[in-house]
Design a binder for this molecule. Structure first.
Ligand code: ADP
Ligand code: MG
Length: 238
């Protein structure tokens, strides 16, 4: 586990500034949700933590290392995306093992980590299946399994539930929270869904147009919104 310190991080694409000196501190083991309307810069910020986008200004530290110039593979993070990105021609087991095999991990360790992830996520009955033979929820669990087997310091989620139907979304919210309670891995979770933010976060970061409007615990934001935008955004169901 590790703390994550995002300090005055800015991002411009060409001449267009999409993030303006954003700072967020995430404590070791905390579950932080970045929430805000589409286009406000949530994914860009998360991708910079992952190392998938360069930083235009400021610093990002994971644990006690500034990671601005480290490639994604050296950052000790694992990211779960909205569209799963599972390998269609690999089984569930192979999908989970693949990233470890790429890193030349000892086969005994690979087997042990895959087994542990399958136990945690209830995937044991599906290990020999291919992604097309799974439901949406099961695929999302495999995507989480791939993240878990890497034993990362930090989990990054980018709208992982937005392709699921409403009922499954509620169930997966609970599963992701239970996973966090079990593993206590520092987590940054991006969503545009206020209910997801309110029910999952230890701490919510409300963003708008590349800036942070307010940071606080769910009830703090609900009871004492800093402005009308936060009040409207947190107060109204999606
Ligand atoms: P969110 O995830 O909150 O919906 P994004 O981080 O995806 O927002 O995007 C923030 C802004 O940056 C948007 O205006 C988007 O169009 C712009 N943007 C994102 N990626 C790129 C890119 N590769 N090139 C140019 N503009 C981009
Ligand atoms: Mg996004």
């Amino acid at each position: 586990m590790a703390q994550v310190a995002i300090s005055k991080v800015a991002k411009a694409f060409g001449t267009v500034k999409v993030l303006h000196e954003v700072s967020v501190d995430i404590a070791d083991g905390q579950f932080v949700v970045l929430v805000g309307p589409s286009g406000c810069g949530k994914s860009t910020l998360l991708r910079m933590v992952a190392g998938l986008e360069t930083v235009s200004g400021g610093t990002i530290a994971i644990g006690d290392r500034v990671v601005n110039h480290l490639p994604p593979a050296k950052r000790d993070i694992a990211m779960v995306f909205q569209n799963y990105a599972l390998y269609p021609h690999k089984t569930v087991e192979q999908n989970m093992a693949f990233a470890l095999k790429l890193r030349k991990t000892d086969p005994a360790v690979v087997a042990e980590r895959v087994k542990r992830a399958a136990d945690i996520l209830d995937l044991n009955p599906y290990l020999k299946r291919y992604p097309r033979q799974l439901s949406g929820g099961q695929r999302q669990r495999v995507a989480m399994g791939r993240a878990i087997v890497r034993n990362p310091q930090v989990f990054l989620f980018d709208e992982p539930l937005s392709n699921l139907d409403a009922k499954l979304r509620v169930q997966m919210r609970t599963e992701i929270k239970e996973l966090h309670q079990r593993l206590k891995t520092t987590t940054i979770y991006v969503t545009h869904d206020q209910i997801e933010a309110m029910t999952m976060a230890d701490k919510i970061v409300v963003m708008r147009d590349g800036r942070i409007e307010q940071v606080g615990a769910p009830l703090e934001l609900f009871d004492r919104p800093a402005n009308l935008f936060v009040a409207g955004f947190i107060g109204s169901p999606s």
